[in-house]
Write a protein that binds this ligand. Structure first.
Ligand SMILES: C[S@@+](CC[C@H](N)C(=O)[O-])C[C@H]1O[C@@H](n2cnc3c(N)ncnc32)[C@H](O)[C@@H]1O
Length: 222
């Protein structure tokens, strides 16, 4: 993570860091619950890139055996201060660093549900990093597991840019790359939604900003 992104995260208001996890028309908990039953999933959930910890806390309160990771120790410390009941469940892991990911998996095992909400996966400075993050996220998912991932795809933006600017650089993946990952792991695409978020204007220099990403529900059979 660049210094610029880190400064943004440590200074941004919480409502800006939180993704719109459950807009009125979107019931993430209902969908996860349905697939949990249909696929006979276990109860261990890993929240990748916890941010303010809002989703992690909701998952914990809903009875999931939850753990969460983030690159920023400041975020882990902040969430732990507010919610000491989550203390042992939160860990620093860098998604760009395979060693850090494998060490965590070795210690805590793989998970039945892996969430990476709020376009965590697109937080890379270049294509190489983006691909690394995607493959590293899959390493957390066990046999017969559900992945819920928010993504920015090149195909969602006119001219198919590889990088876009929204507060800071986001690197985009593509349908082609996702297809390769699906093929490699035998994934099934269970559901796909478009999430629209509107960031209010911040003075004349920063007009209202519309963001959209896709949220996909993936089954990893093995
Ligand atoms: C937009 S926030 C999303 C927070 C939360 N998932 C949500 O939906 O509200 C992205 C989060 O990803 C984390 N992140 C970015 N790069 C990361 C990396 N390389 N490894 C682990 N976490 C990372 C950031 O620190 C931040 O907490």
């Amino acid at each position: 993570m660049s210094r610029e992104v880190k400064r943004y995260y440590l200074e941004a208001p919480e409502e800006e860091i939180n993704s719109d996890i459950a807009p009125k028309t979107f019931d993430i908990w209902g969908i996860m619950d349905d697939y949990g039953k249909k696929l006979k999933l276990g109860n261990r959930l890993l929240d990748v890139g916890l941010g303010t910890g809002r989703f992690t806390l909701q998952a914990f309160k809903k009875g999931y055996d939850v753990m969460a990771i983030d690159l920023l120790p400041e975020f882990i410390a902040r969430v732990t201060r507010k919610h000491p009941e989550l203390k042992k469940r939160l860990h620093v892991v860098n998604l760009l660093d395979e060693k850090s990911v494998l060490k965590f998996v070795e210690e805590y095992g793989q998970f039945d549900i892996v969430t990476a909400l709020g376009v965590v996966a697109n937080h890379a400075q270049n294509k190489h990093g983006m691909t690394k993050i995607l493959y590293n996220i899959v390493k957390f998912a066990g046999t017969n597991s559900l992945l819920v991932v928010d993504l920015l795809l090149e195909e969602m933006f006119p001219g198919k840019p590889q990088i876009i600017w929204s507060d800071f650089t986001h690197t985009l993946t593509s349908l082609t790359e996702m297809g390769q990952i699906f093929q490699k792991y035998g994934f099934t695409l269970l559901d796909a939604y478009t999430i629209h978020e509107t960031y209010p204007a911040k003075g004349e220099l920063f007009p209202e900003f519309n963001e959209h990403s896709i949220r996909i529900f993936i089954h990893k059979p093995w």
